[in-house]
Structures are given as structure tokens and as C-alpha cells.
Design a protein around this ligand. Sequence first.
Ligand code: 13P
Ligand code: SF4
Length: 322
Amino acid sequence: MTGTRGPAGGGNGAGGRRDAEALKRRIRELAEERDAVIISHYYCVPDVHDVADFVGDSLGLSQEARRSPRAVVVFCGVHFMAETASVLCPDKTVLLANPDAGCPMADMITPEALRRRKEELPGVPVLTYVNSSAAVKALSDLCCTSANVTAVMRSLEGDRVLMTPDRNLALRTQSLVPEKEILLWPGFCPTHHRLNLAEVRKLKEEHPGALVLAHPECQPKILAEADVVGSTSGIIKTCLESDREEFVILTEEGVIYPLRRQRPDRAFLTPATPMVCPNMKKNSLEDVLHALETLTPVIKVPEEIRVPALRAVERMLAVPRD
Ligand code: 13P
Ligand code: SF4
């Protein structure tokens, strides 16, 4: 496991923390009773990292949901991630801790809009970022995450590929795989897209020795400032392996918690305007407890969508990570 057990991150005063610690103990007991695995994306709050069996990136979470022998998967993330777990594990009960946690980027493409675009592009394969609904995946030839996108792109036959829904990730992939013509979809992640170039340049000026790491959901002008572009797990791994003292982190601030815990001697610097995904932050300890107590809310992808979506996801999982 990537592992994030340890001291809690937030702080509501001593009484609040005691309550939080009691809640965490109850969650862990109940997870055992329910035969449940709790998995959390890095962008969730530190308290949720603390109770998770596994904390990871989008690709790692899908793989862990499938690998776990547990009957119940409590997903702390956003809706499309729990759907992916349901696609991969139809025999498990998949719960999304907070059912209101959606992804605005995933909502920027609908099955109807993709169907119309495919009619305009007969024979052109569709590569879809996992940040999409299962219904959109079902209409796609192959899926990718930010951790495997270039290898997946290269595995596709043909010169032209429609890549959905993240335009920034597609532009980045185009620069790395110039032999393909990548057709874009106008989607983006609000949390990464709004990052301000002047703030990034200021951080770099103030910390000239820092290694700058960015997520490919950022705009090309931001990525041009970075030393390393990678998925959340790629960013964390690079920081932990580096001998630099300072790091500028240009992704959602949830990655800072595991970084500071594992390297308290290093400085992890973030832009002046915090990069926060409000949807990931919706998953609370109370939600995790409620999911375990009630075994709801269940996320279950219907078979007519699950089977074609599984084909696209499995083709992705067969490609080694970049
Ligand atoms: P990764 O964890 O795959 O890097 O994705 C980031 C993200 O935006 C998840 O929604
Ligand atoms: Fe969606 Fe962006 Fe939040 Fe990821 S960080 S869940 S892409 S809004």
C-alpha cells in the first residue's frame, strides 16, 4: 500500500482532534466487520488518507479496487472513480463515500456529444481519459490516465486519434507523440486550468534551486515552466527520490500531506492561490463511517454500459505505465 496512516492533518482544537481519532478507530473496526477496503485519492483530506488502506492516483486506485480480496470497496474520490471500480469489480459492493463528489471535467463530455463527434470522424479511434463517465468510456476504444497516456497513445493504430475530454492533457500528449494527429475535446480541470502563470514565475524566482513539478492537467504555458510533468503518483515519487531541498508542487494540494509526512526535512511550496478540488474535499470521515454503517450509497454501472466500458479500461490496464 502507498500508506498514509499516521498523525492527522487538520486541526479543530484538542477536543475536535480527539473526536476525529475516535471516529477513525470506529471506521477501522467497522471496515474489518464489513470486509471492506477503503481507498482514497491523494486529493482527499488528510483525515481520510489516515483511515484508508490505500491512497493513490487514478490508475492505482482502479487497480487496487480490483486486486483487493475484500467484498466491499469504500471509494473516497469522485463519481467517475467509483464507477471505474464498479466496471472492474461487478461482484463487489462499491460505495462512494460522498455521492455529491463529481468531477466538472468528466461532466464536460456526454455520451450524446461523443456519439455526434464520432459520426463526424468515422474510423478515428477515441482515447478517453479516465476522468469521464462509464457511459463515455463505453463509447471509447481505449482509456488512459495521466500516468500511462503516452504509452497508451503509442499503442493505438492509425495516424489520427480523438482524445477526450481533457484538452490540456491532449496537447501535452501531442508534444510527446508527434507522429499522431491528436484531435481535441474542449474539456479541462478547473482546479489545474486556473493556475496563474505569474504566481508560478514568482515562486521560481524566490526559490531558484527548487524542482518544479506539474500535473499535465495544467495549461501548456504552465507546463513549459516545469522541470517534471507527471501524474500525482509520479510527482510524489520524483520528490521522494530527489536530493533537492525544495519543490514547487503544481497540482492539487492533497499531495502535500503524504510528501510532508515522508520528507519533513524538505520544503514543498505551493502557489499563492491554493489549488483545491472542492469535490475531492467533500469526502469526510463522517461520510466514510456512514457508508460503512449503511452500505450505501452504492455505485453500480448497468451491464449494457459496464461491458463496453470494461473493454476500454482493460485495454488500458494491459499497457505498461509510462
Ligand atoms: P491522477 O491521480 O491520475 O494524476 O489524476 C489527477 C486527477 O485529477 C484525478 O481527478
Ligand atoms: Fe476533476 Fe480536476 Fe477534481 Fe480531478 S482535480 S476530480 S479532474 S475537478
